[in-house]
Design a protein around this ligand. Structure first.
Ligand code: ATP
Ligand code: MG
Length: 311
């Protein structure tokens, strides 16, 4: 069986039973996502959006309330399906009395790497993440950036085909981020799929080729970053626009979406935006706002989370 996707979820969902007055928290809602093999994919969302819950479900660390997850075509609940995955958890803590060598050797042993190969693999990994001279130093002396790089080395021990990184550059300075990006680029060059959770727009914009935006547990948008960013133009928000006017605007090339509260129109340039406004006003519709969309990920993010809020 040749799998097409490194990750494939179908309607995956998690409801936590909160201890606070027996309330329930829907952390992830009916999420269907496909991550092609060999790409760098970013799951972006504000704090509490459900990113960590999502990856924990992929790795069976959290049991989904419903839905399924597949890794390279195999049900992620099977341990063999998770074997080709390397994972860097959010806020990881390694025993600080260990040295970098000791820690990697310990995790390599846990991953079932035989001791012969460990002797070669550990220095190789330290070199890969730029910690070659730090192997004999205790982890307590490592800076945050070094800890993240060590975490990355840990995730790479068994040469995974899929790397799942939860906030990989948390607390890392710009130079450290660039170093991590270079390491990830080298890995994707070798066919490794990289899946990153992040609440940092710029990080996803520079690291990834694909993005999914999660907002309050729901998938707000998914796509290739290059095509999302080519969406420069204008956005008009309006209300009470007659259907025949919407149809005519659509015919003239506007992208139109409507929800319970109104209509959003995306137009390629200022002339088209003004023409649309004239037609809407002439038909008795109301203009709420006109905005220039600059085609940054931040712009896309604000737009989708705003329309989700309104929905
Ligand atoms: N074990 C748990 N029990 C109850 N609620 C939880 C649990 N873990 C997470 N939650 C809740 O689920 C929601 C999603 O949390 P999650 O940690 O998945 O978000 P996140 O996108 O990773 O956020 P961050 O950017 O802060 O890491 C939040 O409302 C959180 O409080
Ligand atoms: Mg998280």
């Amino acid at each position: 069986m040749t799998a097409e996707y490194a990750i494939e979820t179908a309607g995956i969902e998690k409801i936590y039973a909160s201890r606070f007055r027996g309330r329930q928290i829907k952390a992830v809602s009916n999420l269907t996502l496909r991550v092609p093999i060999g790409v760098k994919y970013g799951l972006l969302g504000p704090n509490g959006a459900g990113k960590t819950t999502f990856v924990k479900m992929l790795l069976s660390a959290v049991h989904p309330t419903s839905g399924t997850a597949r890794l390279f075509g195999r049900d992620s609940q099977m341990p063999e399906a998770r074997r080709p995955v390397g994972y860097l958890p959010e806020n990881h803590r390694f025993p600080t009395y260990l040295t970098g060598n000791g820690m990697l050797d310990f995790y390599a042993a846990l991953s079932g790497v035989p001791s012969e190969s460990r002797r070669r693999r550990v220095p190789e990994l330290l070199e890969l993440v730029g910690l070659k001279d730090w192997g004999d130093v205790r982890i307590r002396k490592y800076s945050k950036g070094m800890l993240q790089r060590l975490g990355l080395a840990q995730a790479l021990i068994h040469r995974p085909k899929l790397l799942v990184l939860d906030e990989p550059t948390d607390g890392v300075d710009p130079v450290g981020r660039r170093d991590i990006r270079a390491i990830l680029d080298r890995l994707t060059g070798k066919g490794v799929t990289v899946f990153i959770n992040s609440h940092l727009l710029a990080e996803v914009e520079t690291f990834c080729e694909y993005v999914a935006i999660l907002h309050k547990g729901r998938l707000a948008l998914e796509g290739k970053i290059s095509s999302l960013l080519s969406e420069r133009g204008y956005e008009v928000r309006a209300r009470e626009v007659p259907d025949n006017v919407l149809a005519a605007l659509r015919q003239a090339g506007a992208a139109v979406s409507s929800n319970g509260t109104g209509t959003h129109l995306r137009l390629a340039n200022i002339e088209e935006a003004n023409r649309a406004i004239d037609e809407i006003r002439a038909s008795g519709g109301l203009i709420e706002s006109l905005e220039k969309t600059t085609g940054t990920l931040e712009d896309v993010f604000m737009r989708v989370t705003a329309s989700e809020r309104a929905a």
